[in-house]
Design a protein around this ligand. Sequence first.
Ligand SMILES: Nc1ncnc2c1ncn2[C@@H]1O[C@H](COP(=O)(O)OP(=O)(O)O)[C@@H](O)[C@H]1O
Ligand SMILES: [Mg+2]
Length: 224
Amino acid sequence: MSLSIRNLTKSYVEPGGRRLPILNVDSFDIADAEQVVLVGSSGGGKTTLLNVIAGVTTSDSGQVVIDGTDVTTLSEPARDRFRALKIGYVFQTFNLLPAFTALENVLLGMSFSGRKVDRSHALELLERVGLNHRLHHRPTKLSVGEQQRVAVARALANRPSLLLADEPTANVDTANQDNLLKLIREACTENSVSLMLVTHSQDVASQFDRVEKLSDFNMPEAAE
Ligand SMILES: Nc1ncnc2c1ncn2[C@@H]1O[C@H](COP(=O)(O)OP(=O)(O)O)[C@@H](O)[C@H]1O
Ligand SMILES: [Mg+2]
């Protein structure tokens, strides 16, 4: 699916009431099945941008059109439905449900979409991220890197059309980094998924054709 952002602004309001501009993006596009890496300094707004695209956070103004739907016009429940059906999101903080096992987290991700729960697909994904020996562990019983791998499996479980991955290999060793990246890239290539992946790793970024630096297209100070 394609992504088209126009005139997007987002600010946070500080406790004292002062507005803190974070995003001001005139124009940013991802073509159908295109794989894009997003880099930029810490605190620059990368996670905020992904949250706005995913409809987890609302913007102040502008359009975020995903496959013909401007998600900024949707109600919160409609955004949740749209996300469950179309978007896979590997959150920077994973956001796994603590009361549920690794396998249950992936299965619940499937059930939210309203599609048939495909247990064998969930098991296959968890095996591909190297967690078939940790299926029944809850997040607190998993290492941070293992939690990250569950988050990647969950994000792919619904066969999304757009995958957002926020530093998805930040907490794993090199072997797991390579394995996760291979899985993400194969899943995207095989199913024509558009990918937006945030990383601080030069090694990861160098594997992609299109690398965008946030500060090259985001001018928050100009939004004032
Ligand atoms: N909920 C929030 N309320 C206020 N400020 C926030 C909130 N979330 C993020 N910020 C601020 O917005 C800026 C961008 O954050 P973020 O999008 O997480 O950056 P990045 O992912 O590029 O490191 C940071 O300065 C951060 O402190
Ligand atoms: Mg971030």
